[in-house]
Design a protein around this ligand. Structure first.
Ligand code: G3P
Length: 223
């Protein structure tokens, strides 16, 4: 079946300079973060975390995933509500655990959008979709690291969601290199969240550089 959408590009970082650079390319649809990416930027404490998300929301007009730290239902709900209140574009990122599924259902009923993270199987993706997640995030690089094929999981989940009519979007995460992005597009992922290097890697081809050098050289003859 031909699907009528084009894969969205999110950047997977909390680094404001990189978010700005990707956004200035004009191809950015959103941002994903996680506690490891926030820690990498030295963001510490609730106030600093909230301010950082505000700064990201000011830079990019698109969905911004902000991850909860709590792992119990009440804690996830409390934290998720605070995150969702930061900006209309915040999507609450919830881990694929039992209380996470309960919280996704709660948020879905309350009109708060969610991204179910740390998804490594089709069964997990089905459960998150059934609970009403806006996005599921299979970590394809980490699956590849463990000797399996991450893109195959994307294909499987896209197929299941399509035949089951789930509205949940498949957000391919843990992208490691440009070819992952190409393969996710082939597999029908709705979104690919990528490090800046992988996005910029799509630009590169040696024949483009050689061809441009020749055009510029020949252009001198026309001046
Ligand atoms: O958004 C999740 C993603 O950042 C995980 O990537 O490279 O840590 O496996 P990685």
């Amino acid at each position: 079946m031909i699907q009528k959408f084009s894969m969205k590009f999110f950047i997977d970082t909390a680094n404001l300079a990189q978010i700005k650079e990707a956004n200035e390319l004009g191809i950015l649809d959103g941002v994903t973060t996680n506690p490891s990416l926030m820690a990498k930027e030295g963001i510490k404490g609730e106030a600093a975390i909230i301010n950082h998300y505000k700064a990201i929301c000011e830079l990019v007009d698109g969905d911004i995933s902000a991850e909860v730290i709590a792992t119990d239902f009440a804690g996830i709900v409390e934290e998720g509500k605070k995150l969702a209140a930061i900006h209309k574009n915040i999507v609450v990122k919830v881990p694929m655990i039992k209380d996470g599924i309960k919280a996704i259902k709660y948020f879905s009923d309350a009109g708060i959008r969610t991204n179910c993270t740390l998804v490594f199987s089709a069964g997990q993706a089905i459960l998150a979709a059934k609970a009403g997640a806006s996005y599921v995030s299979p970590f394809i690089g980490r699956i590849d690291d463990s000797g399996w094929d991450g893109v195959q999981l994307i294909e499987q989940i896209v197929h299941i969601f399509s035949i089951q009519g789930f509205k949940t979007e498949v957000l391919a995460a843990s992208i490691r290199f440009p070819n992952h992005i190409i393969r996710c597009a082939e597999a029908g992922a709705h979104v690919c969240t990528c490090p800046l290097d992988s996005i910029l890697g799509l630009l590169k081809h040696p024949l483009t550089d050689i061809g441009l050098a020749k055009f510029l050289e020949d252009a001198k003859k026309t001046q």
